[in-house]
Write a protein that binds this ligand. Structure first.
Ligand SMILES: Nc1nc2c(ncn2[C@@H]2O[C@H](COP(=O)(O)OP(=O)(O)OP(=O)(O)O)[C@@H](O)[C@H]2O)c(=O)[nH]1
Ligand SMILES: [Mg+2]
Length: 234
C-alpha cells in the first residue's frame, strides 16, 4: 500500500553569512560549497527527506530583509535559526534577534531549532593548560522537546553555568551547548527564557514550544545527521 509522505514547511533564518543557504543545501542532499551568493529575499526549496516532503524557505539574513522572517512564521511548522559562532562581531546581535524570534515562535507555538554553526572555525587554545582549563569537546545537542528523553538534561543546572564575557580567546567554549544556552538565556531544563533587561526587574518567559539547540559544522558535516533526524521526527 501507499504511505502518503508528511509535508513539513521550514523557515531558515539568522544573520547574513551564518550558513542558512549552505545548511539548506545539505538538507537537500547537495554538498558544501565555500563560495555562495548572499540570498536576496526568499529562496523556496522543495525536496524529500526520509518520509517527509520539505518546503524550505531559505531567507536572506541582511538587515533590510529581516522583516521578512516573521512574515513566514504563519506558514511554517518549524523555524531554524542559524548562528555563526565563529564571528564575534555578530554574536550579540545574533543572540538578541534570536530572543525576539523565540518570543514570537513561543506565542505561535512553532518548534524552533537553534544551530550554532561553523564550529570548525573556532580554535581551541593551543595549550589548554595555559588557560587553566582542559580542551572541551562539543556536545551534540540539548533539547526541550517531547522527542528527546529528559536524561539528556542530567547535570544541566542553568544557574550554575557560567556567563562568559566573550572574546576571541574564549569563543571556543560556545561549542558546549550548556554554555551556549546560558549565553542566549535559555534555561533548557526549566523551559524558561531569561531576557536581559535594562531595568532592574528581570524578565522571564516560560517556553511552551519545542526548542532544540545544536552546534554544527556544515563544512565538515559535524552533527548534520543529528539535526536532520530531529527534524524528521517532528
Ligand atoms: N568554515 C565554514 N564555513 C561555512 C560553514 N557554513 C557555511 N559556511 C560558509 O559561510 C559562507 C556563507 O554561507 P551562506 O550559506 O551563503 O550564508 P547565508 O546565511 O545563507 O547568508 P545570507 O543568504 O546572506 O543571509 C559561505 O562561504 C559558506 O561556505 C561552516 O560550517 N564552516
Ligand atoms: Mg543565503
Amino acid at each position: 500500500f501507499f504511505i502518503f509522505p508528511k509535508e513539513l514547511s521550514i523557515a531558515v533564518i539568522g544573520l547574513q553569512n551564518s550558513g542558512k543557504t549552505t545548511f539548506t543545501n545539505l538538507l537537500g542532499g547537495k554538498s558544501f560549497e565555500a563560495d555562495t551568493i548572499p540570498t536576496l529575499g526568499i529562496q523556496i526549496n522543495r525536496f524529500s527527506l526520509g518520509n517527509s516532503l520539505l518546503n524550505v524557505y531559505d531567507l536572506a539574513g541582511q538587515t533590510r530583509f529581516q522583516p521578512l522572517w516573521e512574515r513566514c512564521f504563519d506558514k511554517v511548522d518549524l523555524i531554524i535559526y542559524m548562528i555563526d559562532l565563529s564571528d564575534l562581531s555578530c554574536l550579540a546581535d545574533a543572540f538578541s534577534k534570536l530572543r525576539q524570534v523565540i518570543r514570537l515562535s513561543n506565542t505561535d507555538r512553532i518548534p524552533l531549532v537553534i544551530i550554532g554553526n561553523k564550529i570548525d572555525l573556532i580554535k581551541d587554545p593551543i595549550d589548554p593548560m595555559a588557560h587553566g582549563e582542559a580542551t572541551e569537546k562539543p556536545q551534540a545537542n540539548f533539547s526541550l522537546s517531547k522527542y528527546i528523553p529528559d536524561s539528556m538534561l542530567t547535570n544541566y543546572n542553568f544557574d550554575d553555568i557560567e556567563t562568559l564575557k566573550l572574546d576571541n580567546s574564549n569563543l571556543y567554549r560556545l561549542k558546549r551547548i550548556d554554555i551556549l544556552s546560558k549565553q542566549i538565556g535559555i534555561d533548557v531544563k526549566n523551559h524558561i527564557l531569561h531576557v536581559p533587561s535594562s531595568t532592574s526587574d528581570k524578565e522571564h518567559i516560560s517556553l511552551n514550544a519545542d526548542i532544540a539547540i545544536f552546534t554544527s559544522s556544515c563544512k565538515n558535516g559535524d552533527y548534520i545527521d543529528e539535526i536532520t533526524s530531529w527534524i524528521t521526527q517532528l
